[in-house]
Design a binder for this molecule. Structure first.
Ligand SMILES: Cc1cc2nc3c(=O)[nH]c(=O)nc-3n(C[C@H](O)[C@H](O)[C@H](O)COP(=O)(O)OP(=O)(O)OC[C@H]3O[C@@H](n4cnc5c(N)ncnc54)[C@H](O)[C@@H]3O)c2cc1C
Length: 220
C-alpha cells in the first residue's frame, strides 16, 4: 500500500499535522520510535494561542494555570508581572503527546509506535521509508522527528542549526514549597554565566531548567 503522507515522529507537531491531514481524507501514516505514554523533559507550557487550536478536552491535561511571571537577577526580585487571565497552561508531555496521537488515530491516521525510521530514500517520485521490520512508500514525507532528525540528515542541502546546552530536572518538593510556586513561572538571570534558568510548576512537581548560551555557536 502506498501512503499519501508519511510523518516521522509523533510529538505534538507530527500528531497534530497527521490528525489535520487525515481529517481531509488523506491516507496518513505516522512513525514513532517510542511507546506511548512516554516521558519527555519539557516545561509543557501551552500558550492561549496553542490551546485555541486544540479540540475540547485539553482542559483535562492542565497541571497549572500560569497567572504571573517572576523575574529575578541573582535571586533578587526585579519584576513580577501579573496577568488577568492565564497566560500559559502547563501540561505533562507524556499525557499531552498520547492524547494528540489518539486524535490522529481517531481521524483515520495510522500511528505505529515502537517503530524507528532507520533510512529514507527517494526514487521515482516516492519516498521509501525503512523501519526494522519492513519498508513503506509515501508520496509526501514530513519530518517531525525532533532535534536529532533523520529527515533533516537526509535533506539534499545543508541548513545551519545553532545548538545550546540545557539541563532539566523534574523536582518533587514539599507541599509548602510547591504551593509557593503555584501558578507562577520563575525566570532567574545572573546566577548562571551566559545562561538563565526557569521553574515551571506542575501538579505534583516543579520542572527546573538551566540553559547555557555558548560563546561560540556550534554549527552543523
Ligand atoms: C527542557 C525543555 C523545556 C521545554 N519547554 C517548553 C514549553 O514549556 N513550551 C513549549 O511550547 N515548548 C517547550 N520546549 C520545546 C518543545 O519541547 C519542542 O518545541 C517540541 O517538543 C517540539 O515538538 P515536535 O513534535 O516538533 O518534536 P518532539 O516533541 O521532539 O517529537 C519528536 C518525536 O519524534 C520521535 N522520533 C525521533 N526520531 C525518530 C525516528 N527516527 N523514527 C521514529 N520516530 C522518531 C521521537 O521519539 C519524538 O516522539 C521545551 C524543550 C525543552 C528541551
Amino acid at each position: 500500500m502506498n501512503w499519501d503522507a508519511a510523518v516521522i515522529g509523533a510529538g505534538p507537531s507530527g500528531s497534530f499535522l497527521g490528525w489535520k491531514l487525515a481529517e481531509t481524507g488523506l491516507k496518513v501514516i505516522i512513525f514513532e520510535k517510542s511507546k506511548f505514554p512516554r516521558y519527555k523533559s519539557c516545561g509543557g507550557g501551552l500558550t492561549k494561542k496553542a490551546v485555541e487550536l486544540l479540540p475540547e478536552g485539553w482542559q483535562n491535561l492542565i497541571e497549572d494555570h500560569i497567572e504571573s511571571i517572576l523575574v529575578t537577577y541573582k535571586m533578587e526580585e526585579t519584576a513580577h508581572l501579573y496577568f488577568k487571565n492565564p497566560l500559559i497552561f502547563t501540561t505533562m508531555r507524556d499525557k499531552l503527546d498520547t492524547w494528540l496521537a489518539d486524535f490522529a488515530v481517531k481521524s483515520g491516521a495510522a500511528v505505529i509506535e515502537q517503530t524507528p525510521v532507520l533510512d529514507i530514500e527517494y526514487s521515482q517520485g516516492k519516498f521509501n521509508i525503512k523501519t526494522p521490520s519492513r519498508s513503506y512508500t509515501a508520496d509526501v514525507l514530513i519530518g517531525a522527528d525532533g532535534p536529532a532528525s533523520i529527515v533533516y540528515k537526509k535533506l539534499p542541502f545543508n541548513l545551519k542549526i545553532n545548538y545550546a546546552k540545557a539541563y532539566e530536572a523534574e523536582v518533587f518538593v514539599d507541599k509548602k514549597f510547591l504551593q509557593k510556586q503555584r501558578s507562577k513561572i520563575w525566570l532567574e538571570y545572573g546566577l548562571i554565566s551566559r545562561g538563565y534558568s526557569w521553574i515551571f510548576p506542575k501538579k505534583k512537581s516543579l520542572i527546573h531548567r538551566k540553559r547555557y548560551i555558548p560563546e561560540k555557536r556550534h554549527r552543523c
